[in-house]
Design a protein around this ligand. Structure first.
Ligand SMILES: Nc1nc2c(c(=O)[nH]1)N[C@H]1C(S)=C(S)[C@@H](COP(=O)(O)OP(=O)(O)OC[C@H]3O[C@@H](n4cnc5c(=O)[nH]c(N)nc54)[C@H](O)[C@@H]3O)O[C@H]1N2
Ligand SMILES: Nc1nc2c(c(=O)[nH]1)N[C@H]1C(S)=C(S)[C@@H](COP(=O)(O)OP(=O)(O)OC[C@H]3O[C@@H](n4cnc5c(=O)[nH]c(N)nc54)[C@H](O)[C@@H]3O)O[C@H]1N2
Ligand code: SF4
Ligand SMILES: [Mo]
Length: 758
């Protein structure tokens, strides 16, 4: 479409920025610049962009965009770089890969990918393919978002959590909705385009409850009853709700008998027959801070209101013992017979993830279609035993992530590190029981130092490396430590296909402008690097041919039309997870070893790991309020996802920064006892680090808890104090037993600092 004057073009495309969403963008282009971004104004359901999507051109044309390959010239982390040619950059990376492999073995190279824009074509798996062709590497296993939830889902239902939810429209049938640690008005995750459905949930007779340390935007929007809870303790409350239901004989026994295995064992734990401790509401009150009477009434209401959806979000799973929370939520769902029905839920994650997303991102990506042979570094070697992934022999019936083909890593292999433990592995190497000494880190679309636990330890690890390369668009806290930075373009500068997680449609992400400066797409970088490594048959198709083929595979009838429209909707009815198993169990057993929902999971029992018990249990986390450390650091830190960022993305966009400052949310009682007033500059600290930021004093957070939204740019001063308000300097890099990031388990102290910010 051309505007009067003839120079402006409008291109339809889709945004998808690791917010696990997908939105429609109408991009106005003039003289090689995106001058305006509109969104979906068509018929409902609309796929409307959020503030970030609408401000995306500020990121695209940001003056700090990295547009040329860079070579480090100062000390590591000093931030001194020099522009070099692509030829020199790729040649250096290739030579270092070969040198490190020849000197230390292929395992010494770690590839760390994050999601980026989640495209079919421009994905980290391409680098996996390059490295596999030259002897392999050490991969990083599990997801940072929902690893504990995933382990719980596989143990309980035999499938990935992406397949455990009902579609959002199913909520329209619910008579009660329990938002448990989930705030979709901000995160939109898996509940997607809530603007269409959420107003419809506000109807008489539908009770909404929010169990969360914070009074969230979603709770406010849906007039929810707020039940504040101490973070990392959710399993205790869920177990106590099971206690009430059993004692009142409110459980759906027929459902439990027909569809589940091991309720009797769970009951023994709940009633205290196993350990002498009945898991009463009083017991849970001590742990969770939720009054016993509230637990009793919620349990009774949930057990007697049908259908009821218990939407257990991901954040409480990102805690020290996160797996138990989702396992306990699933048990409760079955006890109330809410599984497999419209308006119900499954536990094990909030919502259903639609087919296009699963097909494109969970099971696929161009590197899979390229038919890679897998990682040659596959022979088992002595491994640490602190995760179920390492109990390979014991978990024959327990498919882990590589076996389910999840994400970009190239198939089953023992050459993996748990995602949150990469720094520890680099620092400790073979001496610490890891399979190798790690020398080279290859990072694709990940702001590791900013986003993973214990930034200062991560920096120490980076300082120990012999070589580090990353694909970046900005000089992030992580990129500063690289030896070579390869400037990656944005989705406005390349074509790709995506799949929406929230509604069944495929997106064509159309190139709106040419690549800025000398930045390149992941596909171009991977093919260039492959050539330098002497791989002559890296791809037998052009980018366009791969996209055409993918469109055909996914049943998109008219590729040219798809390119123009940017969206291809796939019809589907309301999805109810495990509906078949519930309606016709004879012909549809659950995909678990017993064929039933495993409240008692034999595969977990076989592991013999007390932190991953066979039935859901509350296990006291490290850094709980009972930890002696709590004397020094009495406050529990959580770090919620923020409306004006996607992780660390967009933090450098002034338009968005103006909306709200980065601040730590502190309850007024905690503020008062520390002499802190709203807007005061405060120091949040523990033994791992410290960060300075303003305080936002409010009743919206439970006493004893503070929230620092994740993603603020780490900005260490000469004394090692972060002045960016990044919570990750305070986090532990220990993970949950199943390998999950524990970003909502940490003890801190807050004190007034000199100065005032706002
Ligand atoms: N705007 C925006 N949207 C995003 C993202 C983003 O960065 N920005 N990131 C996307 C990604 S990758 C993901 S994984 C999802 C994350 O989605 P979520 O994990 O759902 O998001 P959070 O904001 O971390 O947490 C949701 C709620 O859980 C609460 N909470 C934290 N810890 C606990 C706890 O221990 N118990 C209980 N009961 N509640 C707790 C928080 O207060 C918060 O209100 O969001 C996606 N969407
Ligand atoms: N404290 C705390 N930390 C957390 C969490 C938390 O709740 N609390 N949540 C965790 C979760 S759920 C997640 S998923 C992780 C996310 O962790 P990351 O995925 O590491 O977070 P991003 O900030 O999105 O980093 C992506 C980086 O890739 C760069 N990049 C390069 N090329 C591209 C490209 O083509 N596209 C895109 N999009 N980016 C590119 C971006 O500039 C950016 O620096 O953070 C985790 N960290
Ligand atoms: S950032 Fe996420 S929610 Fe916002 S417009 Fe883009 S895809 Fe949609
Ligand atoms: Mo995530």
């Amino acid at each position: 479409m051309t505007q009067p004057g003839g120079a402006e073009q409008v291109i339809n495309t889709v945004c998808h920025d690791h917010c696990t969403n997908e939105c429609f963008l109408r991009v106005h282009v003039k003289d090689g610049r995106v001058v305006r971004v509109e969104t979906d104004n068509g018929p409902e359901p609309q796929f409307r962009a959020c503030v970030r999507g609408r401000a995306h051109r500020q990121l695209l044309h940001h003056p700090d965009r990295l547009k040329y390959p860079l070579k480090r010239v100062g000390e590591r982390g000093e931030g001194k770089f020099e522009r070099i040619s692509w030829d020199e950059a790729l040649q250096t990376v290739a030579s270092q890969i070969l040198r490190v492999r020849a000197t230390y073995g292929a395992r010494s190279t770690i590839l760390l990918c994050s999601a980026g824009d989640l495209g079919y074509l421009h994905e980290g798996g391409l680098i996996d393919r390059v490295l596999n062709r030259v002897g392999g590497y050490t991969g990083v296993i599990g997801t940072v978002s929902d690893q504990a939830t995933r382990i719980a889902a596989i143990a309980t239902y035999g499938v990935d959590n992406a397949m455990c939810g009902n579609s959002v429209d199913s909520l329209l049938s619910a008579r009660m909705i329990i938002l448990w640690g989930i705030n979709p008005v901000v995160t939109r995750n898996y509940l997607g385009h809530i603007a269409h459905f959420f107003p419809q949930l506000k109807k008489p007779g539908v009770k909404v409850v929010s169990v969360d340390p914070r009074y969230t935007e979603t709770a406010s929007f849906l007039d929810a009853q707020w039940i504040p809870i101490r973070p990392s303790t959710d399993a205790a409350m869920l177990v106590a709700m099971a206690y009430v239901i059993i004692k009142e004989n409110l459980q759906d026994q027929a459902f439990l008998d027909k569809y589940t295995a091991g309720f009797e064992e769970y009951k023994k734990y709940v009633l205290g027959d196993e350990d002498g401790i009945p898991k009463t509401p009083g017991w849970a009150e001590e742990i969770t801070g939720v009054p016993a009477a509230t637990i009793v009434s919620l349990a009774k209401e949930y057990a007697t209101t049908k259908p009821a959806a218990l939407l257990d979000g991901l954040a409480p799973g990102r805690t020290a013992r996160g797996e138990q929370y989702n396992r306990a939520a699933a048990a409760l769902t079955c006890m109330t017979g809410n599984l497999g029905i419209k308006g119900g839920s499954s536990g094990c994650g909030p919502m259903q993830v639609d087919d296009p997303y699963i097909k494109l991102h969970v099971l696929n990506g161009v590197h899979v279609d390229m038919k890679c042979d897998g990682n040659p570094v596959d022979k088992a070697s002595p491994l640490r035993t602190d995760s179920i992934y390492y109990h390979r022999e014991k978990r024959k019936n327990f498919p882990s992530i590589p076996e389910t083909g999840h994400y970009y890593l190239g198939g089953p292999s023992t050459a993996y590190l748990l995602r949150p433990r990469v720094a520890d592995a680099i620092l400790q190497g073979k001496e610490g029981g890891y399979p190798a000494d790690y020398k080279l880190l290859y990072i694709v679309t990940c702001n590791w130092v900013n986003q993973y636990g214990n930034s200062n330890k991560l920096i120490q690890a980076l300082n120990k490396l012999e070589f580090m390369v990353c694909h970046e668009q900005f000089m992030t806290a992580t990129a500063r430590y690289a030896d070579i930075i390869l400037p990656q373009n944005t989705f406005f500068e390349r074509n790709d296909i995506t799949g929406s997680p929230n509604f069944p449609f495929y997106g064509f992400r159309a190139k709106a402008i040419g690549s800025l400066g000398e930045s390149r797409s992941t596909f171009e970088i991977a093919t260039g690097l492959a050539a330098k490594l002497g791989i002559t048959d890296f791809t037998d198709k052009t980018e366009e041919e791969w996209l055409r083929q993918a469109a055909k595979t996914y049943g998109i009838p008219d590729y040219e039309q798809f390119k123009k429209d940017a969206m291809y909707r796939v019809p589907r009815n309301t999805v109810v997870a495990f509906e078949k198993q519930i309606c016709d169990p004879e012909n549809n057993p659950f995909p678990t070893p017993s064929g039933k929902v495993e409240i008692f999971c034999q595969a977990l029992a076989d592991l013999g790991d007390p932190d991953l018990p066979a039935v859901p249990k509350y296990i006291e986390p490290w850094e709980s309020v009972n930890d002696p450390l709590a004397k020094k650091y009495p406050l529990q830190l959580i770090s919620s996802h923020y409306f004006r960022r996607v992780h660390s993305r967009f933090d450098n966009v002034p338009w968005l920064r103006e909306l709200e400052p980065q601040a730590v949310l502190v309850n007024s009682a905690d503020a008062r006892s520390r002499g802190i007033q709203d807007g005061d500059l405060v120091r949040v600290f523990n033994d791992r680090g410290q960060t300075l930021l303003p305080a936002c004093v409010s009743e919206r957070i439970m006493p004893g808890i503070v929230d620092i939204p994740e993603g603020a740019w780490l900005s260490l001063d000469e004394n090692g104090v972060d002045r960016g308000g990044c919570p990750n300097v305070l986090l532990n890099d220990l993970c949950s037993p199943g390998g999950g990031l524990a970003c909502n388990t940490a003890l801190v102290q807050v004190e007034k600092a000199e100065g005032r910010v706002c």
